[in-house]
Design a protein around this ligand. Structure first.
Ligand SMILES: *Cc1c(COP(=O)(O)O)cnc(C)c1O
Length: 366
């Protein structure tokens, strides 16, 4: 029997660890410490308060940040953060915020920021078809920017920054939705990090926000309560009914990362091995599999590639599905193939995919 959940290569929602799913299965019926289903436990219970506290601490420990960072569990996904960040930090400002346009998701963030205030696009990959990321010497920063915003991993194009961007005197805001907790990230060099759960650390419904307290000192306070970070800080992520279930699953994933994997550095080693296996397969395929991203900017989370023709790609996808590999179709915006190899996708699953790719190439090469 194939191990369940090991062959989900979807771009999101992504795979979750087998051991976590087994605990979730039990918790649907009854959380032992409470005697109730996870789906019916009050968000005002002491138990849930302890879940929030433990998860906050686990995230601080995993990322190595101190308690001048608030850790929030919000709703509305990363998309809500595309708006909430500039509402808070850009509305009413005269100096432009720096935004990097590196792919599909940053292309969604920029128009939302422009609704709120002036935006300087410090670099755009549009001309090069979003197949590479900028070098530091290509970034055209504006003076006195209230912050710089970028996306650490462009999920659709498979582009990932392997360094921290920007300048230390301008607050960094980063969307880490598709590589959060996949590697050490020097979190304290950012003023605000956000990541929805459903790519790498849990189910849809909750978005983790780490925000440095000082960043909010002169933030816009005239916002609806729900859209104000301060409300959620004061309410300890319990401003209105939070998604108890999703938050609980993220807690289980954080325990798995700490206790079974051994932290984000160990996770990064595993993720490197997984990505290397697939990129080696592309590079040694005599041009049959063509990687989309510039080698330097290759993502360890989303391996995006093309085959010699669209027909061959369709064949690849249908054969792969039959062989038990799910979710390999590229994002609808760009097509092609995308193997998403988030934290919970095992090395063994990637080895199986690499084996399938080798067999497919031998059967179909010209
Ligand atoms: C998927 C994705 C989003 C969209 O997130 P939602 O939670 O659906 O709003 C935003 N940013 C990145 C980097 C993503 O991968």
């Amino acid at each position: 029997m194939k191990p369940r959940n090991s062959l989900n290569f979807s771009g999101g929602p992504g795979a979750l660890p087998e051991s976590v799913l087994r605990q979730v299965q039990k918790a649907i019926l009854e959380v032992p410490e409470v005697g109730l289903s996870i789906l019916g436990i009050s968000h005002r219970s002491d138990w849930f308060a302890s879940v929030i506290t433990e998860l906050e601490n686990n995230i601080r420990t995993l990322l190595g940040v101190s308690d001048n960072y608030h850790v929030l569990f919000l709703q509305g996904g990363a998309t809500q953060q595309f708006s909430m960040v500039p509402m808070t930090l850009l509305r009413g400002k005269t100096h432009a915020a720096d935004y990097l346009h590196t792919g599909y998701w940053s292309g969604k963030a920029i128009p939302e920021a422009k609704r709120e205030g002036p935006v300087n696009v410090a670099w755009s990959g549009a001309d090069s078809g979003f197949n590479r990321l900028p070098g530091d010497d290509e970034l055209a920063f504006s003076a006195d920017a209230p912050y710089i915003h970028y996306i650490s991993n462009e999920t659709v194009e498979g582009l990932q920054f392997h360094r921290v961007l920007g300048r230390d005197d301008v607050p960094r805001v980063c969307d880490m939705s598709s590589d959060f907790l996949s590697r050490p990230c020097e979190a304290e060099r950012y003023s605000l990090i956000y990541a929805h759960a459903q790519k790498n650390i849990g189910p849809a419904g909750v978005t983790v926000v780490l925000v440095r307290d000082e960043l909010l000192n002169d933030a816009n306070a005239d916002l609806p309560g729900f859209l104000n970070y301060r409300s959620h800080i004061q309410a300890h992520s319990n401003f209105n009914t939070p998604p108890v279930f999703a938050i609980y699953v993220v807690l289980l994933v954080s325990r798995w990362l700490m206790n079974e994997i051994g932290g984000v550095a160990s996770m990064a080693e595993i993720n490197h091995s997984k990505a290397e296996l697939l990129y080696r397969m592309l590079d040694n395929s005599d041009g049959f599999y063509r990687g989309r991203a510039a080698v330097r900017d290759r993502s360890l989370m989303n391996v995006v590639f093309n085959l010699p023709s669209p027909e061959m790609e369709r064949r690849f996808l249908s054969d792969a599905l039959e062989a038990g590999f799910s979710g390999l179709a590229g994002h609808r915006a760009i097509g092609g193939i995308r193997a998403s190899i988030y934290n919970a996708l095992t090395l063994s699953a990637v080895e199986q995919l690499a084996g399938f790719m080798e067999d497919f190439r031998r059967a179909h090469k010209a």
